[in-house]
Design a protein around this ligand. Structure first.
Ligand SMILES: [Zn+2]
Ligand SMILES: [Zn+2]
Length: 259
């Protein structure tokens, strides 16, 4: 069993979704998490998670959308997450590569999501791109207000941010980027991280792993990324699947403790 800890099923056509979930299950990816990116998209996430027993959801506002409207308050985020199929907060974080929202707005949104994760007792899925120092600094500052669980999704940042996150008890989730030929440093980070802190994901429909690179990605491909992770760490693919699945259920407790 493999869990796709981060995908965007709302990006696929509704008519096609049953086949996409079925292909994932056939590939051993029997559970997946479809991710919140906007407040007005939360009902769609919940509907998908209600429709498919294999799918859970999260609620949050992506840093790209942070400047689009009123950022929800901590209380609003906690209320939005009060649903049996919602098992996490996010994605939130900082994206200084695209800079689609003003940076101060992104930072304020990120802090609110951290506080909501803490208040709701749910893990936070963090999106981090070209913002390593601010991500680490905000995580450190916010921890003074009390512990919270988090993962760095689609991890592709520096070894320094990996180390900082792991030092704060965080998890790293690897996507298809891990399979790209140039991702040598990333595979080294993945090889060195503690086995108990690793997750896998697709971020579908984006970032398809080799040999599907450049094409549309779907949750079934999590198995390919899990195999690359296994190879980087010198373990059997089945053992890597079991380890990342156990890690997933330890972090996402509302998912119910596993198969
Ligand atoms: Zn993201
Ligand atoms: Zn995403």
């Amino acid at each position: 069993m493999i869990v796709d800890s981060h995908c965007h099923l709302d990006h696929f056509d509704a008519e096609e979704r049953p086949a996409i979930v079925a292909r994932a299950v056939a590939a051993g990816v029997t559970r997946m998490v479809t991710i919140g990116t906007r407040v007005d998209q939360a009902p769609a996430v919940k509907a998908i998670a209600e429709r498919f027993p294999e799918v859970w959801g999260t609620v949050g506002v992506h840093p790209h959308q942070a400047g689009d409207g009123a950022m929800p308050t901590v209380e609003e985020l906690v209320a939005l997450a009060d649903h049996p199929r919602i098992i996490g907060i996010g994605e939130s974080g900082l994206d200084y590569f695209y800079d689609k929202s003003p940076r101060d707005v992104q930072r304020e949104g990120f802090r609110r999501h951290i506080r909501a994760a803490r208040a709701a007792g749910l893990p936070l899925a963090i999106h981090a791109r070209d913002a390593d120092e601010d991500i680490a600094a905000i995580l450190r500052e916010e921890r003074e207000g009390g512990a919270f669980d988090f993962l760095l999704h689609c991890f592709s940042s520096t070894p320094a941010l990996a180390e900082a996150a792991l030092g704060m008890g965080g998890y790293l989730s690897f996507s298809g980027i891990l399979s790209f030929p140039r991702s040598t440093e990333l595979r080294e980070v993945a090889a060195r991280a503690p086995a108990g802190r690793l997750l896998v994901e697709t971020d579908a429909p984006f970032l398809a792993p080799v040999p599907h690179r450049g094409k549309r990605c779907e949750p079934a491909f999590t198995a390919l990324t899990c195999a690359v992770l296994a190879q980087a760490r010198g373990v059997a693919p089945d053992a890597m699947a079991a380890q990342t699945t156990a890690n997933f259920f330890r972090l996402f407790q509302r998912a119910g403790g596993g198969p």
